[in-house]
Design a protein around this ligand. Structure first.
Ligand code: U2F
Length: 453
């Protein structure tokens, strides 16, 4: 008897840089298993952005389906990025269920596997009820996943305070009871581990993730085993399967490359090697006005050339006359081809919010970081970069003096050189992991089997 074709339902988280890496992974699996159908569920806005650039295989094998974004009919975004997330989460999982029913009816194919963003803990129950594997993708780093999974242990030692901003334990207390976390402090933990636990739908969701994710058939991650071996080995012992199949920028480079609409690369061509500061805070964040001003003052006074990917109206939000005064040594753009920018030999430091994709891209370019984290697992990433890997410096907030000092250390001191060497070693490890006999390649073969068999 001929088996009916495999049909994988992919449930994306439509905010920040989540759906893009999931789609990159699906495209890669689809290339390895072209007979398998993928139905990709996300909001209309997210699908429009991620499916904008054509990929040959996609019309046939990967089809986007829009799910309801949960927003009220009349909704005006007033600047709080967490608000649309809360609305969306209230609509889940019902919005996914109805879209999946429509896809099954349209294709005539029952769903044979659920691949989801790891945030969707409810997929554990969905997949169990459907009798199919659940394969979540964790889009951040291994340490962040670990603290969510081990939240009960952390709470046992540190106590818990459900009110936001209040820690049960002193902020500088370290997590020395967890292997390889002796330098991590209470203040570095993501919201929701021991503070603010039930405050928003997002934090309620993250709380459930740690509990449910061990039920996954396999957990995929955009990382590589050699980056954080101790933590990864502990996680492996908690899950049925943990598959580090990244970094995706090396395994699916074309999905990360974007056009250089503002001539950033040409401008970088004219700068000296390792001299430029590249500034960007990812897809969601703009630092508060006082810090934007302090950072601008530091850039102007330090004399280093800089490329600033600036969210919002730069003329309005930067100090008066700043762009004009710095034109000879600076470029301010609304969006930069970050992956390529960080690979450019002129870039010497990345001023970042420590989003996981930004960290991987900095590693890929061998560029040390100045880290100013904002929310989620970013403080943990910052601490890891500064203290565990020693490939950058952390600042609590941007001040003119503090930022100038950090720029000087990284761009013109021996310590900065050492950071560059260390991050170069990480880059080598990443490159090896994606070779034909590398750990990420081996894990990918297992992933393809798990998703498509
Ligand atoms: C959330 O992260 P973000 O989307 O805010 O930040 P990143 O993970 O660093 O991803 C930003 C991506 O946007 C790209 C950049 C990254 O791939 O190359 N980009 C660009 O191409 N040009 C620009 O001018 C600016 C950015 C969350 F906030 C983090 O805490 C999580 O770690 C992350 C992953 O789960 O998602």
């Amino acid at each position: 008897m001929r088996e009916s074709p495999r049909h994988v339902a992919v449930l994306a988280f439509p905010f920040a840089t989540h759906a893009a890496p999931l789609l990159a992974l699906v495209r890669r699996i689809s290339k390895a298993a072209p007979a398998v159908k993928f139905s990709f569920f996300s909001t209309a806005q997210s699908n429009a952005a991620n499916f904008a650039r054509s990929h040959d295989d996609e019309n046939e094998a990967i089809k986007p389906y829009n799910v309801h974004d949960g927003l009220p009919e009349v909704y005006v975004f007033k600047g709080n990025p967490h608000e649309p997330v809360s609305y969306f989460l209230e609509a889940t999982p019902g919005n996914f269920r109805s879209a999946m029913e429509a896809a099954v009816a349209e294709t005539g194919l029952e769903i044979t596997c659920l691949m989801t963003d790891a945030f969707y803990w409810f997929a554990a129950e969905m997949a169990e009820a459907m009798g199919v594997p659940w394969v979540p993708l964790w889009t951040a780093g291994p340490r962040a996943l670990f603290v969510h999974v081990d939240a009960p242990v952390i709470r046992q030692h540190m106590g818990i305070n459900v009110e936001h901003g209040l820690f049960a334990a002193p902020e500088d207390r370290t997590l020395d009871f967890l292997e390889d976390f002796a330098t991590t402090r209470v203040a570095d933990l993501p919201d929701g581990i021991i503070s603010g636990c039930t405050e928003t739908p997002m934090l309620q969701m993250l709380d459930r993730v740690g509990v449910m994710i061990p039920r996954a058939t396999a957990v995929a991650m955009n990382s590589f085993e050699e980056l954080d071996p101790t933590v990864i080995n502990i996680l492996k012992s908690r899950f049925k399967k943990l598959l580090n199949v990244g970094p995706f920028i090396l395994t699916s480079p074309s999905s990360a490359a974007i056009p250089d609409e503002h001539g950033c690369l040409q401008w970088l061509d004219k700068q000296k090697p390792a001299s430029v500061a590249y500034i960007s805070f990812g897809s969601v964040i703009t630092p508060p006005p006082n810090e934007v001003e302090a950072l601008a003052d530091a850039m102007e006074a330090s004399g280093f050339p800089f490329l600033w990917s600036f969210r919002g109206n730069a003329e309005e939000k930067l100090p008066k006359g700043f762009i004009e005064r710095n034109r000879a040594k600076a470029k301010v753009v609304p969006w930069a081809p970050q992956l390529q920018v960080l690979l450019h030999s002129s870039v010497g430091v990345f001023v970042t919010h420590c989003g996981w994709n930004s960290i991987l891209e900095s590693m890929n370019g061998g560029v040390p970081m100045i880290c100013r984290s904002f929310f989620g697992e970013q403080p943990l990433n910052k601490r890891t970069v500064e203290v565990v890997w020693k490939t950058g410096l952390g600042v609590d907030q941007f001040t003119k003096d503090g930022t100038m000092k950090a720029l000087k250390v990284i761009l013109s001191s021996e310590e900065g050189k050492k950071m560059r060497e260390r991050i170069g070693v990480q880059r080598e490890l990443a490159v090896n992991a994606v070779q034909s006999d590398g750990s990420s390649t081996e894990n990918f073969k297992t992933l393809v089997q798990t998703v498509t068999n």
